[in-house]
Design a protein around this ligand. Sequence first.
Ligand SMILES: [Mg+2]
Length: 474
Amino acid sequence: MKACTTSLLARGLLRPHSSSSLLAAASPQSPRVSGLISTRSSLARQHGRIGFSRSFITDEKASGASKKKALPFAFAFDIDGVLLHVAKPIPGASETLTYLQQHNIPFILLTNGGGKHEAERVADLSARLGVSLSTDNFVQSHTPFQELARLGGGSFGSVDAADAQSQEENHNGSLRHKNILVTGSDPAKSRLIAEQYGFRSVITPADILAAHPSIFPFEPLLTERYAATARPLPTPNPKIDAIFVFNDPRDWALDSQLILDLLLSEGGVLGTYSAKNGRKDLEGHGWQSDGQPRLFFSNPDLFWSASYDLPRFGQGAFQGALAGVWAEITGGKASLKSTTIGKPYALTYAYAERVLGAHRAALLKSGGGDNTKKETVEAELQHEMQEAEGGEKAATGGLDGNPLERVYMVGDNPESDIRGANEYRSPAGTDWTSVLVRTGVWSAERGEPKHTPRVVVDDVKAAVGWALEREGWR
Ligand SMILES: [Mg+2]
């Protein structure tokens, strides 16, 4: 069992989460990694270095100006395996975040986790770490979906050129007032999150099953599980404009049936079947070419580590299963078109950079400190998102004269954190510097990481120490 888990972890297929063996396996005593930069020799010195005092806000009195200036760097932290292990703080994590807050150094928390609203997740995280955190600098896997309630599907278009028709349709208006289908580990909860994001007509599989019990002929499920959360459909057979998988689905059978029904429908209308499906004279044999809803997944993680000895299927496994059924239906004539966000994909990094830019600007405008004014950040973020238009334009956070030159991405998973930072090309020219820690899914015993980080350090405290030293923080 352990060998299997270890293998999956080493391959980076396992979402860094919670296995009792992980921390022990990721021993800080692991040997130097060939070909990588190891900073172990200076760790003790760096640990002591977190304590130097210098403000994020500097006063340019020396040059005769009183204009405030922002630092050119910031941090992005993964959560599981970096700040928390089995939901408990990793040593030094709380101290490090507190230090950054006290010195007005901007950072963002960037995780592939999900299933709770950002406010709920941040409250839980604040309690566990003993650090007051905010949703203003927090991005989980489905957080970018809220942009679609405001900007429309076209805002996700830059990394998904395959679905031009749907992009064009969605770009003409946001999805705020459109019917969307959401599912996840708890579809009813996913609906509440989607509504908080601004979507006004959110439908769950339970709603459809309650309205059309014969659509999935396994009656006990309806009465035992779904009836309690079902709401009336807006019309008997509504037109669905988008499908969102918020996190790991609970009922693959029902969810697969309904998603595929809609992907085969005429224009996304429930209960219909497109006449274009399978037509040899059409491009892609006509599959997904008749105005069907666009399909969004929030992260690609194939496995995740839960309390059971063996890793459990994540959302990536559901995606694979759905794609397999799709291949059977279409005879392999057309691959399933969908959009997946989350780390390591550029769309999520672009979104995170815009949030970080807005947070950085708000820190400056609010005078710095950890007393960030929520309304300032929200206004700044709104402005920034509208300006950036889905990553097509560089995000400056209103600090055109003070560009964000570097973001240190501190993560434990080479496949998501490190790969994402290495591959992302910022429209603002910001360099995402990947920093791999040993407190999570990767350790030197498992071989060199598939995606090479800029540096390997023991833990998050050492990561920040290394970065601050590199930035000449004195
Ligand atoms: Mg992690």
